[in-house]
Ligand binder design. Structure first.
Ligand SMILES: Nc1ncnc2c1ncn2[C@@H]1O[C@H](COP(=O)(O)OP(=O)(O)O)[C@@H](O)[C@H]1O
Ligand SMILES: [Mg+2]
Length: 264
């Protein structure tokens, strides 16, 4: 009798602990999703400030320098110096513009993911020297704002990973926009991720990079999923976001997921 009541108590405590863990996990998930939103808002604000404030100051500087150039036409030494200043101002303006657009591309708000993705991929290929083939669904139909931001951040992070970790000289992007879901796949032809590392990355540990965790959270919030496949000939990251959330919630038991697989 005593053993039975102790057993009951233990299993009671066990289920209480399980509930507590589930509650805490859900709270942590909410917190990280909130952090990602704050990060997006912050990036959008910094992008606008850089563009509107520093960008405008540099444009004013450029005008003043060209007036000075007019004044110093007869003084070649000064003119050369001023032409250096004009050149540096142009360079700073270009840097500010690129920085601002990467933080939050205005195209994303204005014309949507497909255009912003094309612009980003083109710039990435130029900056990195990686040959990127892109097959972007030619749909001008807009997606919900948070889906567009999530897809753009997944694209940015995956391509940054290709540059940082894969050693690939070629990559390909595919974006499909169907009625029920959008699928974004970033594939590289680099060295891949070992099975051991993939296992580590599939769990929540110190080994899980911030980039992958961020992608996972963003997609999870939209009931979407991230599948990673990798072998010795490269890596593929496939993000899927359902467009009709209720049907997907039923299909997936209401949970987004991350599938990770290594192929020998
Ligand atoms: N395209 C890729 N090729 C090879 N390894 C990759 C690739 N993408 C991610 N990885 C591996 O996954 C890890 C986690 O990526 P991520 O979460 O973005 O963190 P970080 O880029 O900060 O290291 C990387 O450290 C790297 O080992
Ligand atoms: Mg990364």
């Amino acid at each position: 009798m005593w053993i039975l009541s102790k057993h009951l108590k233990l299993s009671h405590t066990h289920s209480e602990l399980e509930t507590l863990i589930l509650e805490r996990t859900a709270e942590l998930q909410k917190l990280s999703q909130r952090l990602l939103k704050v990060q997006d808002e912050e990036r959008r604000k910094i992008a606008r400030d850089l563009h509107d404030s520093t960008g405008q100051t540099l444009t004013a500087l450029k005008i003043s320098v060209s007036l000075l150039q007019e004044d110093c036409k007869a003084e070649p030494a000064r003119l050369a110096l001023l032409s250096d200043v004009a050149h540096l101002t142009d360079q700073a303006l270009e840097e500010i513009r690129t920085m601002s657009y990467l933080l939050h591309p205005p195209l994303l708000d204005e014309v949507g993911f497909a255009c912003a993705a094309e612009w980003f991929i083109e710039g990435f290929a130029k900056r990195s020297g990686i040959n990127v083939k892109a097959e972007i669904a030619n749909s001008r139909a807009r997606l919900p704002k948070r889906v567009e931001i999530a897809l753009f951040r997944v694209l940015q992070e995956s391509l940054t990973n290709v540059l940082r970790h894969s050693g690939a000289s070629e990559a390909s992007i595919r974006f499909q926009h169907e009625a029920e879901a959008v699928v974004l796949e970033v594939r590289d032809f680099g060295k891949g991720i070992t099975e051991e590392r993939l296992q580590l990355l599939s769990g929540v540990s110190a080994e899980t990079g911030v980039g992958l965790a961020g992608m996972r959270e963003r997609l999870h919030e939209l009931d979407g999923s991230l599948e990673i496949e990798s072998d010795g000939s490269g890596t593929s990251m496939r993000a899927t976001v359902p467009l009709c959330q209720t049907s997907l919630a039923v299909q997936m038991g209401g949970r987004g997921g991350v599938g990770i697989s290594a192929q020998a």
